[in-house]
Structure formats: structure tokens, C-alpha cells
Design a protein around this ligand. Structure first.
Ligand code: SF4
Ligand code: SF4
Length: 160
């Protein structure tokens, strides 16, 4: 957790969050908000004063399509702020369990969605090699991926 409001404010001060007039055009433009609990207008408002916004699960429901940011009449850099807040949250150890699982798979296999028995079987039926020509079949490349992830402390962040 960031220690206080000032820290979050300074982290996102370049994104013009305080220019928001709560018109709601962003929410009305948001495809994700039609199917999830994401209310981007509310999230923008919360980001302006509440560090606990980092623990709001809806923060992760934005698909970064940029509809809202393109349409905002105040040119608030909504998505850039969302991405920055996510980044800060992750470095504070605030990660959804489902994301942590995906990140662990990436660390282990080099794929966020690694191949499984069912897909191996389907590949065989289609006359393909059992494994795709990715890190699954190139162990050296997997080592490179792991080295790269280690160099940016990915493991530490994921396993916190
Ligand atoms: S569209 Fe822009 S000004 Fe309107 S509520 Fe969303 S962020 Fe605020
Ligand atoms: S970028 Fe995110 S918040 Fe904005 S419209 Fe797309 S899904 Fe909604």
C-alpha cells in the first residue's frame, strides 16, 4: 500500500485526473463497464483522492481499449492513469489471485496459457507437432524468457 494520498496523487499528477468534471462520457463509452462492475467515472473520481483505489478489483476490468480517453472532453488521461495505478499496486504486492496464477505460469512455462493435454491431442489430430514452435519446444528460448523476467524482478513481484 502507498503510505498516503499525497503519494498516489504525485504518481498520477501528469494524467489530469483533477480536470475531471464527472460528466460520465467515459462510463457511457466503456464496453467493459457494460459487462462488469467497472465504472470508470467513479474510478477516476476515487483515484483523485483515495489510495485504496489500488485495491478496487474493477481497476483490473479495464481492457485498455482507450474509448474513454479518446472521448473525454477534459482530455483526462484516464487509461494512462489506470495503468500507472495498476503498476503501483503490483509493486505494493496488490495482485489479484487469478493474475498471480497466470504470472506464475508465465514464469514456469514462458506462456500465460501453456499447452495442455487436450490441446496436444487436438494438435496431433490436426497433423501438427505435439508442441507449438514456441518456448514449449525451444528450451533455450525458455531460459532466455526466464532470464528476462528475472532481470525485471518479475519473480519477486509475483511471489510476494
Ligand atoms: S469523460 Fe473525462 S471528464 Fe467526463 S467523467 Fe470521464 S474522466 Fe471525467
Ligand atoms: S479503456 Fe478501459 S475504462 Fe476506458 S473504455 Fe476501454 S475498457 Fe473502459
Amino acid at each position: 500500500m502507498l503510505k498516503g494520498t499525497a503519494s498516489l496523487e504525485s504518481a498520477i499528477e501528469n494524467f489530469d485526473i483533477l480536470k475531471c468534471m464527472q460528466c460520465g462520457i467515459c462510463s457511457g463509452s466503456c464496453p467493459s463497464g457494460r459487462h462488469t462492475v467497472l465504472n470508470i467515472r467513479r474510478l477516476v473520481r476515487r483515484a483523485s483522492h483515495d489510495p485504496a483505489v489500488m485495491e478496487d478489483e474493477s481497476l483490473w476490468m479495464c481492457t485498455t481499449c482507450y474509448n474513454c480517453q479518446e472521448r473525454c472532453p477534459r482530455s483526462v488521461r484516464i487509461v494512462d492513469a489506470v495503468l500507472r495505478i495498476r503498476e503501483i499496486a503490483v509493486h505494493q504486492g496488490i495482485i489479484l489471485d487469478s493474475h498471480r496464477k497466470v504470472a506464475s505460469l508465465l514464469l514456469e512455462t514462458g506462456h500465460a496459457v501453456p499447452i495442455n493435454e487436450e490441446n496436444t491431442e487436438r494438435r496431433k489430430q490436426l497433423g501438427l507437432s505435439e508442441l507449438p514452435p514456441t518456448v514449449h519446444s525451444v528450451p533455450d528460448a525458455l531460459m532466455e524468457v526466464k532470464k528476462l523476467l528475472k532481470s525485471c524482478d518479475f519473480e519477486e513481484i509475483v511471489e510476494d
